[in-house]
Design a protein around this ligand. Structure first.
Ligand code: F6R
Length: 610
């Protein structure tokens, strides 16, 4: 989730772009850069680090360019480490083109190979650079037409801004999936991935539709579709203040991030399931023989990531028949686990910096295990330690409570289970196809579920004074029960316990009485009838029962006092949608209690102490 800014007008572009990027720094902050159209061609300044580092390079004079047209970018790495050579803007061989890009080009390897074969030389590890060479390849053709052509060839969700030395007064932009808006000014126009970047200059915003191409000149803008037909812009007057604009108009980053889950899932899935429903995780760099040699898997993680790790246990065991152990990272290395060179150890971490998980991976590596890190932060400490890295591509998560990174961890573990099943020959094609299709459907299912977010939150607010909550689930719903309880504890400060539903009768059921709320996660599964029996047990003891149910579940509906419906999915895929009502539940209760959801007391986003 990178940030894009563009400007055409009469002001010094450098300061407009840098100020805009500073407003977007919350979107990504591992490197930044700008390209300014000058009398001697395009001047590019870029660096690893934050916007302050970019400003230092600009102030060092070699980095300062005069001009009133340009593009800028702040990066959150997805392809290639966060180093200067991978910072945007990217250029072609002759340095007459500069491109900024947000999103993922799924077929970039194929495009890059094609360009290399045609004689182009690449200087970065990014997917973006292919775009600059594609523009160069099309010579002097009108830039709008060139960009339309690129959008047809590049697969995936992306937003781009392009300048070319031969068009010194022009910025061309386009989008598919990734956000992009145009700011309309007097004799000046702006481009941005997000409104806050340009709000100090204009409140008149034109929304760019999917597969639309925009040319920006100081005199005006023109939008076309990919066939070149003119598109009438939809112009809106923005009333948000700057602070709420940074949160995309949402009250809090957590809510914004809950609503970003469809995009985060799409980005995480990009390029990992092909049209024949085969799973691709080339990052693992495993031959079939090496994959078959693995005889045990460990998952180590903390907090929310641990809950995603539990899900990995269910998926990997079911689909590969490999035994999987799951450990809280702070316990792992002190219990002397049995590891050797046939063991795969998966460290799961949003930040890639959690001290306990990092130490666990270092320990596993010292024992000779094959160490895989799953993280959201490119080049984080865990990514550097591991033998292989699987990235979730959720973009920066700012709310302390993990939401979008959790669902991305879940799908990545589903993909890993399917991939290992596929490469080890443990899974038949029909199962892989069914699961792959179901995983692919998730972003849209989550989108549809979020359309009912207000109803779920209204229902949740009825329970704002609740004191004791049990979250119960069985099988793959159990990690979701744990996660629901953790969310409620951390942001609403409510005593909540996640428990395997079948285990209640061995003790905790003694706590059930009138006034206790039980939240049963009972989506379709082979344990569904048993889960419902466990729900009967708590209901018989006067608990109030809120249930997360698969649409159409009449038996569940009969016993529940309140229901959050989720769409149909196979049992190991369903946890991704089942957690969403629980995120919204915790959020609504926290807000109803007047708490700070983004910065709950006593908690830090990244825990780098043991
Ligand atoms: C809860 C939460 C924490 C983290 C935990 C591990 O919402 O965010 O429980 O999951 O501190 O952090 P990472 O995933 O960065 O290793």
């Amino acid at each position: 989730m990178c940030g894009i800014v563009g400007y055409v007008g009469s002001k010094p572009a450098q300061s407009v772009l840098v100020n805009g990027l500073a407003r977007l720094e919350y979107r990504g902050y591992d490197s930044a850069g700008i390209a300014i159209m000058g009398d001697d061609g395009i001047g590019v300044t870029r660096t690893a680090g934050r916007i302050a580092d970019l400003v230092s390079v600009i102030n060092s004079e070699q980095g300062s360019y005069a001009g009133s047209v340009g593009i800028g970018h702040t990066r959150w790495a997805t392809h290639g480490a966060p180093v200067t050579k991978n910072a945007h803007p990217h250029q072609d061989c002759s340095a007459t083109v500069a491109v900024v890009h947000n999103g993922i080009i799924e077929n970039y390897i194929q495009l890059r190979d094609e360009l290399i074969a045609q004689g182009h030389t690449f200087t970065s590890d990014t997917d973006t650079e292919v775009l600059a060479h594609m523009v160069e390849r099309m010579g002097d053709q009108p830039l709008e037409l060139v960009v339309r052509n690129i959008m047809e060839k590049a697969e995936g969700a992306l937003a781009i801004g392009v300048v070319r030395a031969s068009d010194p007064e022009l910025v061309v932009a386009a989008r598919r999936g990734s956000p992009l808006v145009i700011g309309l000014g007097e004799d000046e126009n702006f481009l941005a991935s997000d409104i806050p970047a340009i709000l100090e200059h204009t409140r008149r915003i034109a929304i760019v539709g999917d597969d639309n191409v925009v040319s920006l000149r100081s005199s005006g803008i023109a939008i076309t579709d990919l066939a070149g037909n003119p598109v009438e812009p939809i112009v809106r007057e923005i009333e948000w203040d700057l602070e709420s604009a940074e949160r995309g108009g949402y009250d809090d980053f957590m809510l914004k991030e809950i609503f970003e889950q469809p995009t985060a899932l799409r980005d995480t899935l990009a390029g990992r399931i092909d049209e024949h429903h085969r799973i691709h995780l080339p990052e693992l760099d495993l031959t079939a023989r090496e994959a078959r040699a693995i005889d045990k898997v460990f998952v180590v993680a903390c907090g929310t990531s641990y809950h995603a790790g539990l899900m990995a246990k269910y998926a990997i065991e079911r689909w590969t028949r490999l035994p999987v152990e799951i450990d809280i990272a702070s316990e792992f290395r002190y219990r002397d686990p049995v590891l050797d060179d046939r063991t795969m150890v998966i460290g799961m971490s949003q930040s890639g910096e959690t001290a306990d998980t990092l130490a666990a991976l270092e320990y596993a590596q010292a024992q000779g295990a094959y160490v895989v890190a799953t993280t959201n932060v490119v080049d984080s400490s865990m990514a550097r330690v591991a033998d292989a890295v699987l990235y979730t591509r959720a973009g920066p998560e700012i709310g302390v409570a993990s939401t979008k990174t959790f669902v991305c961890q879940l799908v990545l573990m589903q993909l890993l289970g399917l991939y290992l099943g596929q490469i080890r020959g443990a899974l038949d094609g029909a199962t892989i196809e069914l699961m792959a299709k179901s995983v692919r459907a998730l972003p849209e299912q989550v989108e549809q579920l979020l359309e009912h977010a207000d109803d779920i939150m209204a229902m949740a607010r009825k329970y704002k004074d609740v004191k004791d909550v049990f979250f119960l689930g069985r099988g793959a719903s159990f990690p979701i029960a744990l996660e629901g309880a953790l969310k409620l504890k951390e942001i609403a400060y409510v005593r909540a316990e996640g428990y395997p539903a079948g285990e209640m009768k061995h003790g905790p059921i003694a706590l059930i009485e009138k006034g206790v709320l039980v939240i049963g996660v009972a989506t379709s599964s082979h344990l569904h009838a048993k889960t419902l029996s466990n729900m009967e047990e708590v209901k018989a003891r006067s608990a109030t029962l809120l249930m997360v149910l698969t649409e159409g579940d009449i038996d569940g509906q009969r016993m529940a006092d309140d229901i959050a419906w989720v769409p149909h999915a196979p049992e190991l895929i369903a946890p991704v949608t089942a957690v969403i009502p629980l995120q919204l539940f915790a959020y609504a209760i926290s807000k109803a209690r007047g708490l700070d959801v983004d910065k709950p007391r006593n908690l830090a986003k990244t825990v780098t102490v043991e």
